[in-house]
Design a protein around this ligand. Structure first.
Ligand code: NAD
Ligand code: UDP
Length: 312
């Protein structure tokens, strides 16, 4: 099959392209490098069946080989990135998603949207099930991302309902692994690079807020399974093992053997207090659950970051 992957130069997008090529498919990757990097494509360049097109999907798509499946991963994803590019984030979620849906409709392709647990906002229901409508501040600093993704989900469902498009929506929870940017501000690269450099590990707020971390190969497997399923409503993909950010800082220090101290900085506005996916639906509909234990995923990630963080 032929896949069109938008956001191919990003962290998850590049792993997804690699997995699809390994499965014997051909892939056209599209990206404008807003938050991705050419280095992420190095493992893909030169592989048979892979083509890269530099393009901003908020503009009409150029002429491309007709896809069987379109997968939309294009969007800034780190809070630091989307706070730096709020208008671009809203545009890629809205106009960008519409262009890809139109392209899928034209070629009769399937379409998968990479949505997010941020659709639940600072959730009042815990753990989060797909039936929860969320608790989003529509005008806060994170709204550019949350509302872009909520719109992207809405227009995806509209194309399904109006045009019979075979669509899927993945609500992705915090994912980590090699190819994250060292300086993208997300907690995994932040803590790992600080610990590896012996710099203070910056815990925001009290550190009692929680997250659950999924390794990237598990997440990509969930996306692939979902893209083959007939489930039209959103499906949570994430690892249900939940911990506080203070516990996470301690685990990173232990794993890296770091003597870094832990310092406390102010909590960013609207930072969700608790987040954990209920993955019952993914288990039942996709036969999917994460398999890579946190420590194992973190060890792979440390290997990737060590030389980049310390130059050694
Ligand atoms: P990333 O920033 O590494 O990758 C996103 C890619 O999209 C980048 O390469 C960027 O250049 C590209 N892009 C942005 N705007 C574009 C545009 N207008 N045209 C073409 N390309 C554009 O982020 P990521 O962590 O790999 O996230 C990938 C997707 O998964 C995003 O849609 C994100 O919202 C979603 N997601 C990620 C996580 C996570 O924990 N990583 C969690 C929830 C949802
Ligand atoms: N965080 C932190 N220190 C950092 C970066 C993040 O304590 O240097 C916290 C942040 O406040 C949030 C959690 O880690 O509670 C996850 O943040 P991230 O930016 O990775 O993703 P989010 O889940 O907020 O989108």
């Amino acid at each position: 099959m032929h896949y069109l992957v938008a956001g191919a130069a990003g962290f998850i997008g590049s792993h997804l392209c690699e997995r699809l090529l390994n499965d014997g498919h051909t892939v056209t990757g599209v990206d404008n490098y807003l938050t991705g990097k050419a280095e992420n494509l190095e493992a893909l360049a030169g592989r048979t069946g892979f083509e890269f097109v530099e393009h901003d999907i908020t503009r009409p798509l150029p002429s491309l080989p007709a896809p069987d499946v379109v997968m939309n991963l294009a969007s800034p994803a780190s809070p630091r990135d989307y706070l730096a590019f709020p208008v671009e984030t809203l545009r890629v979620g809205s106009e960008g998603t519409r262009h890809l849906l139109e392209s899928a409709a034209e070629s009769g392709a399937r379409f998968l949207l990479a949505s997010t647990s941020e659709c639940y906002g600072d959730p009042l229901e815990h753990p989060q099930r797909e039936s929860y409508w969320g608790h989003v501040n529509p005008v806060g600093p994170r709204s550019c991302y949350d509302e872009a993704k909520r719109y992207a989900e809405a227009i995806t469902m509209a194309f399904h309902r109006a045009h019979g498009l075979r669509t899927n929506i993945a609500r992705i929870f915090n994912t980590f692994g090699p190819r994250m940017k060292l300086d993208d501000g997300r907690v995994v690269p932040a803590f790992l690079s600080q610990a590896l450099r012996g710099e203070p590990v910056t815990v925001f707020g009290t550190g009692l807020q929680t997250r659950s971390f999924c390794y990237v190969t598990d997440l990509v497997d969930g996306l692939v399974r979902l893209s083959r399923s007939e489930e039209r409503l959103p499906v949570n993909l994430g690892n249900p093992v939940e911990m506080t950010m203070l516990e996470f800082a301690e685990r990173i220090k232990a794993l890296t053997g770091s003597a870094s101290e832990i310092t406390f900085l102010p909590l960013p506005e609207d930072d969700p207090q608790r987040r954990r996916p209920d993955i019952t639906k993914a288990r039942e509909v996709l036969g999917w659950a994460p398999r890579v234990p946190l420590e194992e995923g973190l060890r792979e990630t440390v290997e990737y970051f060590r030389t980049r963080a310390t130059g050694q």
